[in-house]
Write a protein of this length. Structure first.
Length: 644
């Protein structure tokens, strides 16, 4: 294993906090890196790719299965895409959506569109129907490039929502799929253009000459607290800045090998991993989908040194080691650091015990956030640190969880938290012409952007981005994630909107009301979805029908894992469904008193609660461990995952 322990860790005695001035020095280094790209500078993602291809063209950039593409080869493939997209009529400033799973074509398509100056919208490869139509429409995409692996989702959507056909859908082959020809409604024109002789020539920078670093580069979807997902705007400047900052943070070099096993349509993999690797001139190992069985094989085969994680991935690997490796761990490997979010303190300790010492950069933030936190000190359980509050735009303001409102003083100003207080994380919005830090670039929807801004927080005229996350900090400035504000909960690394789930299921046959909420599950990060169902008089709950409906309407991570069938709904005087008591009762039959069901994907139905069913589905009893305690230090969202 490569021995690597960061300088901050070496400066403190075991168990003692790192001196604040040491942490601040590293944060200052990150700040200087963030200032390298000026907003008005004519420098984009495409320029950085071409720069690296010219300097180290023969070095490996992408590893995928038995394929290795060098920087020069990736750049050449991107040139073909740029020529092809230009031939379709796309131009700088247009939006082109793309739906592809993790494979080299994702990168070359994305980079090729960037060469042309096109803003690229990443589409979730698990959605279909109305959510898919919404995603395409809300981006105002002029075209959609559809990977063969996602073609059926588009074909099924076209059958019920023909208005999707108003946007040209271009099919892109996938060698791992059996279907050889495009499905109805998808054009083969783009694929033919990629193979033309004209595409072999380098694509010049003239087409994007009018773009500056502050121009939009990406549209990445976030789930939001209500309604359908929102498309967050990500400028070239912010994407490049992310890579520059994490490159100095991790001390990444061209000899590093990054592991990309999270979906690239998420902000984490597409921004943090890709931008950091490109900034360092490093290689990326691309895996289409995460696999617990293949993880350590990949690490050893490719000599992977930097891994991006979410808490769930770490838990899966820990549990797999217990079952398949007798809990012996893996210490003969090359991983020197990990970056991500959602790693609980308990899993963190187990990880180090099993897999040896390494730097773990646990962070907090979101795709659209204008501020972030990062733990540079290997302080177990913390998602970041603020040694000097005068050097950050992050603020924590008091929040009353009972009334779900901010606490204010007599003058109507928000109250800043003191150590131990739980509050909502905010980011002061800064719009400086020479510096990109602190900008809130918002969403494609102006109203959605405004809803995320708090004004007159501390002073008249100030403005802050609101995260919707509750955190706390201690006397040493270490910050800990507590919970989400409102109705959104996080499960399997995805944020789930309770309103969206309820809306998808509101026509369940015989149902009077369906109340969706998240419940904490011991030994697992995040909250699992639970449904409190009230049936109409004379109607019986059909667990098989409910399973079928949820499977048809929702992504797997959004499906309720537990169901309680109640005689009546708990409502306020204004007919709002209450959730707090339901969350406290969870799926404990001694507290609930209603018929309880557990989702069993192996059986393809919801089964009545029993110890045997819990064991089979991998759930612990409710309240049987630290996972049922609010504020256990698990971070949600961040550089590594979509936050909202």
């Amino acid at each position: 294993m490569t021995e690597h322990t960061n300088s901050a860790l070496r400066s403190a005695a075991p168990g003692e906090p790192v001196p604040k001035e040491v942490t601040q020095a590293r944060l200052d280094l990150r700040s200087r890196a963030a200032a390298r790209i000026h907003p008005s500078e004519h420098y984009t993602l495409a320029d950085r790719l071409e720069q690296q291809a010219s300097v180290q063209g023969e070095r490996p950039f992408l590893y995928y299965r038995d394929i290795c593409l060098t920087y020069a080869q990736v750049n050449a493939h991107a040139d073909r895409v740029a020529h092809g997209a230009s031939a379709l009529g796309l131009k700088a400033g247009d939006v082109c959506a793309m739906a592809l799973e993790n494979r080299p074509a994702f990168f070359t398509t994305w980079f090729g569109l960037a060469k042309l100056g096109v803003t690229v919208a990443f589409i979730n490869t698990q959605i279909s129907g109305k959510p898919l139509l919404h995603a395409v429409q809300t981006t105002a995409a002029k075209a959609v490039i559809v990977g063969q692996e996602c073609a059926q989702l588009f074909a099924d959507t076209l059958a019920n929502w023909p208005e999707l056909a108003r946007v040209p859908l271009y099919w892109l082959a996938d060698d791992e799929c059996e279907q050889a020809e495009p499905l109805p409604g998808l054009s083969n024109e783009f694929s033919l253009l990629l193979s033309s002789e004209a595409g072999a020539a380098p694509f010049g920078s003239a087409a994007r000459a009018a773009l500056s670093a502050e121009s939009p580069s990406l549209l990445i979807f976030t789930s939001g607290t209500t309604g359908l997902p929102k498309a967050a705007i990500y400028s070239h400047m912010r994407w490049l800045m992310s890579g520059d900052v994490m490159q100095v943070t991790t001390e990444a070099t061209a000899d590093d090998v990054f592991y990309c096993c999270l979906p690239l349509y998420h902000g984490a993999a597409a921004t943090s991993v890709t931008s950091t690797a490109l900034a360092a001139g490093a290689a990326i190992v691309v895996r289409r989908k995460f696999s617990v069985r293949e993880f350590w094989r990949d690490v050893r085969h490719y000599r992977i040194s930097v891994v991006q994680y979410i808490g769930e991935i770490c838990r899966y690997l820990l549990n797999h080691d217990d079952s398949a490796n007798a809990g012996r761990g893996q210490r003969d490997h090359s991983v020197r650091c990990m970056l991500g979010a959602g790693l609980s303190a308990e899993s963190w300790r187990r990880w180090l015990d099993k897999f040896g010492p390494m730097d773990i950069y646990e962070g907090w933030g979101s795709t659209e956030s204008n501020t972030n936190l990062i733990n540079l000190d290997n302080r177990i359980g913390a998602c970041g640190r603020v040694p000097d509050w005068s050097k950050t735009n992050f603020r924590l303001v008091k929040f009353d969880m009972e009334t779900e409102s901010h606490e204010k003083d007599a003058a109507g100003r928000y109250l800043q938290c003191q150590p131990g207080d739980v509050g909502e994380g905010l980011g002061m919005i800064i719009h400086h012409p020479d510096f990109g830090g602190g900008r809130f670039e918002g969403y494609t929807c102006r109203d959605a952007t405004e809803q995320k801004i708090l004004r007159n927080v501390f002073e008249p005229g100030d403005a802050y981005w609101r995260s919707g996350d509750l955190l706390r900090f201690d006397e040493q400035g270490y910050c800990y994630f507590v919970d989400r504000v409102g109705d959104t909960f996080r499960w399997k690394s995805e944020n789930v909107s309770t309103q969206e789930v309820a809306a998808a299921l509101d026509d369940f046959d015989g149902a009077e009301t369906i109340n969706i909420y998240g419940v904490q599950v011991p030994e697992q990060e995040g909250r699992a979805g639970m449904a409190a169902v009230v049936m109409q008089a004379g109607r019986q709950f059909d667990p098989q029908a409910f399973y079928s409906l949820t499977s048809q309407r929702l992504p797997s991570y959004a499906c309720p894992q537990f169901v309680r069938v109640s005689a009546s709904a708990d409502m306020t005087s204004t007919f709002k469904l209450r959730k707090v008591d339901l969350q406290k009762q969870g799926y404990d039959p001694q507290l609930v008193g209603d018929p309880l069901y557990v989702r069993n994907d192996k059986a393809g139905t919801y089964q009545p609660w029993s110890e045997a069913v819990l064991t089979e589905t991998g759930f612990a009893r409710f309240g049987s461990g630290n996972g049922s305690e609010i504020g256990s230090g698990t971070s949600s969202g961040n550089n590594s995952g979509n936050k909202e």
